[in-house]
Design a protein around this ligand. Structure first.
Ligand code: NDP
Length: 485
């Protein structure tokens, strides 16, 4: 595949479109070096109109296409991303600051899986029929919605972008998609891949630029029938308000403040591994990260000491090298995370480790690195334990009883994911039923099966992605009733 070059362009009607007269260009910064390394077009209202027109033209052919032919198109995209895995991983690392090894092992393989999974899922997707004795029968027709919008964040750029686009396309919709302006590069490479794969023009259109301009325009466009959004809770609330007057279908995957419950009877090593990963993977910038660690009182001191030893061994540095933690996504986000640590201090929290920017040196002298941070001694009601920080920062606190653990876990306005670490499976199942979260992991974290419903409750979102849930979201059910007469 060709290099994307230094200017990231919109993908409209099957082509990469040169910026129009007077177009605004935004800088794209490598967070590990702090340097601008490319620019992207800030898509305009006219770009959106062109993308919608292209999608309208493509829609009749795409929705009428035989399902196996549609699935073959998605398989082909998966195959080409897989062929170019190393180039995609390098781009994700440069754009986001995450370790190259992580992009290679997780982000890009998952983008491949997303296309492959939904290419196969659509060939198995079926709907119900309801017989009314011997007098009549109903069946459910599931039709594509038409043109849909997919808007994704910067933390797992290609992974989350394709998690929306693949089911939308598989179900027969045409898509207007917008990646985060902070991490546009792999989305731009996906456009090139779709051109090479021969995806029909206009089926997928990718617009780059700012959320509060082009993102908001996508949400408001009357011809876009549904919005699948992943991002912050405040943005989700804004999108819900904008979309409500048009009664658009919405899937909102929002923030989290996820608890990790460690019981005294846990498998010690496995739990330490899991808690470390859940707190600090991807620099803590995963909506599912466990940022509130609750440990049963009888093992609290030992567990905390073991955790601190592990944290001290984390390698932080140039994401192109063998490290556990790279840079945070932007300078603004780094300051937001450091300010949150300041708030924790002001609230009386004890910073057990970290809490500062890390100078990495070399080519990363001006990069946005933050030390992994563990904070103790804060009550559940404080800002630090209530607000999402979205960085390598976790709090730790003891609990006395199962009842207290459940209360602490449920004690925020979020409800995305939680993990329970205990060898007592009866208790784990009992607690799982009482936890107000969309996802409960027992003795694991981020173990994903793409068939399962994915999403949160409370302020963590509305709707579910994954498997049949995603295909149901991207289709409209119609009841057809036949009387036998
Ligand atoms: P934002 O909400 O800031 O942005 C997400 C996307 O929405 C970006 O593409 C952004 O564009 C765009 N956007 C911003 N404003 C608007 C608007 N008014 N209308 C339409 N689109 C808009 O989130 P972040 O990118 O900062 O991502 C971090 C957040 O995402 C965290 O809260 C995290 O918890 C959440 N998240 C949730 C997940 C889940 O599955 N529940 C998974 C991963 C992350 P731009 O970047 O250009 O501003």
């Amino acid at each position: 595949m060709t290099a994307t070059g230094s200017l990231i362009r919109n993908y409209i009607g099957g082509e990469l479109v040169a910026p129009g007269e007077g177009a605004t260009l935004l800088d794209n910064i490598n967070p590990a070096t702090g340097k601008v390394y490319s620019q992207l077009v800030d898509a305009s209202e006219q770009d959106l109109q062109a993308a919608v027109a292209a999608a309208e033209d493509a829609l009749p052919g795409w929705r009428a296409m035989d399902i196996t032919a549609r699935a073959r198109h998605l398989e082909k995209v998966a195959e080409l991303i897989e062929r170019d895995l190393d180039k995609f991983a390098a781009a994700e690392c440069e754009d986001n600051g995450k370790p190259l090894s992580l992009a290679r092992a997780v982000d890009i393989p998952r983008a491949v899986d997303n296309f492959r999974f939904f290419a196969r899922a659509i060939t198995q997707f079926a709907s119900e029929s309801h017989a009314m004795g011997e007098s009549a029968i109903n069946y459910t027709l599931r039709s594509p919605l038409g043109i849909v919008g997919c808007i994704s964040p910067w933390n797992l750029p290609l992974y989350l972008f394709t998690w929306k686009i693949a089911p939308a396309l598989a179900a027969g919709n045409c898509v207007i998609a917008k990646p985060s302006e902070v991490t546009p590069k792999t989305a731009a490479m996906l456009a090139e891949t779709c051109i090479e794969a021969g995806l029909p023009a206009g089926v997928l259109n990718i617009l780059h630029g700012r959320g509060n301009t082009i993102g908001s325009a996508i949400v408001a466009h009357p011809k876009i029938k549904a919005i699948s959004f992943t991002g912050g809770t405040a943005t989700g609330a804004r999108i819900a308000a904008e979309a409500a007057p048009q009664f658009k279908k919405l899937s909102l995957e929002l923030g989290g403040k996820n608890p990790t419950l460690v019981f005294a009877d846990c498998d010690w090593e496995k739990t330490l591994d899991g808690v470390m990963r859940s707190a600090f993977a991807n620099q803590g910038q995963i909506c599912l990260c466990g940022s509130r660690i609750y440990v049963e009182q009888s093992i609290y001191a030992d567990f905390k000491a073991a955790l601190l030893q592990r944290i001290a061994k984390l390698r932080i540095g140039d994401p192109l090298t063998e490290v556990d933690q790279g840079a945070l996504v932007s300078e603004a986000h780094m300051h937001k995370v450091l300010n949150a640590v300041g708030t924790a201090r002001a609230e009386g929290g004890q910073i057990l480790c970290g809490g500062r920017q890390r100078q990495v040196g070399g080519r990363c002298d001006d990069g946005f690195f933050v030390e992994p941070t563990l904070i103790e001694g804060l009550p559940i009601g404080c800002k630090t334990n209530q607000q999402e920080i979205f960085g390598p920062v976790a709090t730790i606190q003891p609990f006395e009883s199962e009842e207290e653990a459940v209360q602490l876990a449920n004690g925020t306005s979020y409800g995305l994911a939680t993990s329970i670490w205990s060898e007592n499976l009866s208790r784990s199942h009992r607690i799982a039923g009482r936890l107000d979260f969309g996802i409960v992991w027992i003795n694991c974290w981020l173990q994903r099966d793409l068939r399962t419903p994915f999403g949160g409750v409370k302020n963590s979102g509305v709707g579910r992605e994954g498997g049949w849930e995603a295909l149901r979201f991207f289709t409209e059910p119609k009841n057809v009733c036949i009387d036998y007469g």
